[in-house]
Design a protein around this ligand. Structure first.
Ligand code: F6P
Length: 348
């Protein structure tokens, strides 16, 4: 069987590990041949491809990005996109497609599957927000990058008696903020799953001064909504909450505040060991599902076991931070805090 592989949407560490594992299992155990469609769905629309075999996928396990490159082109938005995709696959003698991607990619995979294309999905995104799986590869690397950054922010914030707001990615969910914030010992964690309470954030900051620490680290997810600011518009591009939050906190508390946005640093570079093994397990499982000709499915991690689920399950609304993790965030802060505004207390 000839199998196509495509990586679509925002890249993340571990994509190459999936490609390598799929090709190795397919070639060595099923006698499969592979074609890589490049630049995301554009490769299938415009017939852009590269050979995938044991040689071209050698030594890519630890490499970030994707040897297939990616794009945000959405096949559903392209006139005649499905037909072009089927024609490209037919030209290459490709019977099935492994689509590695996040929400948008799996939604496109489902749409293709509904018009008869044989597709199997692999869940990828640093945001970790895909439904139907406990974990997407790429997330662990992003959390590690963010955690290291937060560790570093502690020392500079402490040296200057400052508040530093660290904005992390995550789209409309707070997985990176919650996990990196906890791992990095952030004093305040702001996530979209909880409405922002500015008084409460400022009270938590004041608490760090009252306790003698005299600095505070705030981790804010890019998708969190700050009331009454331009970033509350759902039509605007994500990003900017860090700057907005820093301004308000400095105004309200009087403490010098800086902000930093980690941005695409979280998506770049070499995958962690966890992501390499998860991506490898996904790649192997995807090829198994394809060879069993069970199409319209996505491989997933459930209770530490690799399974496969219908694509319909994967494209359910994004999975937000769960109540237990939110409970851990709450558990680490004082139960009742009251913000004392600057009008009644002089700043530190
Ligand atoms: O979905 C992954 C992600 O990195 C989000 O966290 C972020 O909001 C978005 O992609 C950034 O997209 P782009 O790379 O297109 O700017």
């Amino acid at each position: 069987m000839r199998i196509g592989i495509v990586t679509a949407g925002g890249d993340c560490p571990g994509l190459n590990a999936v490609i390598r594992a799929a090709v190795r299992k397919g070639v060595l155990h099923y006698g499969n041949e592979f074609v890589g469609f490049t630049e995301g769905w554009r490769g299938l629309i415009e017939d852009l491809s590269m050979p995938l075999n044991l040689q071209t996928t050698d030594e890519i396990l630890s490499r970030g990005g994707t040897i297939l490159r990616s794009s945000r082109l959405d096949i559903r938005q392209v006139h005649g996109g499905y037909v072009k995709c089927m024609q490209t696959m037919a030209r290459h003698g490709v019977e099935a497609l492994i689509a590695i991607g996040g929400n948008g990619t799996q939604a496109a995979s489902l749409a293709l599957s509904e018009v008869g294309v044989n597709v199997v999905g692999v869940p990828k995104t640093i945001d970790n927000d895909l439904s139907g799986t406990d974990m997407c590869f790429g997330f662990d690397t992003a959390v590690n990058v963010a955690t290291e950054a937060i560790d570093r922010l502690h020392t500079t914030a402490e040296a200057h008696n400052r508040v530093i707001v660290c904005e992390v990615m995550g789209r409309h969910t707070g997985w990176i903020a919650a996990c990196a914030g906890l791992a990095g010992g952030a004093h305040v964690i702001v996530i979209p799953e909880r409405p922002i309470d500015l008084d409460d954030i400022c009270a938590q900051v004041q608490y760090e001064w009252q306790e003698g620490r005299q600095y505070a680290i705030i981790v804010a997810a890019e998708g969190a909504h700050l009331p009454n600011t331009e970033w509350t518009s759902p039509t605007r591009k994500l990003g900017g909450i860090g700057i907005a939050l820093a301004k308000v906190i400095e105004e309200r508390t009087g403490y010098e505040t800086r902000s930093i946005s980690l941005g695409h640093v979280q998506r770049g570079g070499t995958p962690t060991a966890y992501d390499r093994q998860l991506a490898t397990r996904y790649g192997v499982a995807a090829v198994d599902v394809v060879n069993e000709r069970r199409y319209g499915r996505m491989v997933a991690l459930k209770n530490s076991v690799i399974v496969d689920i219908p694509l319909e399950e994967a494209v359910a609304p994004p999975r937000g931070v769960d109540a237990q993790l939110m409970g851990v965030i709450t558990a680490l802060r004082p139960a009742a805090l009251k913000f004392t505004s600057l009008s009644t207390e002089s700043s530190g």
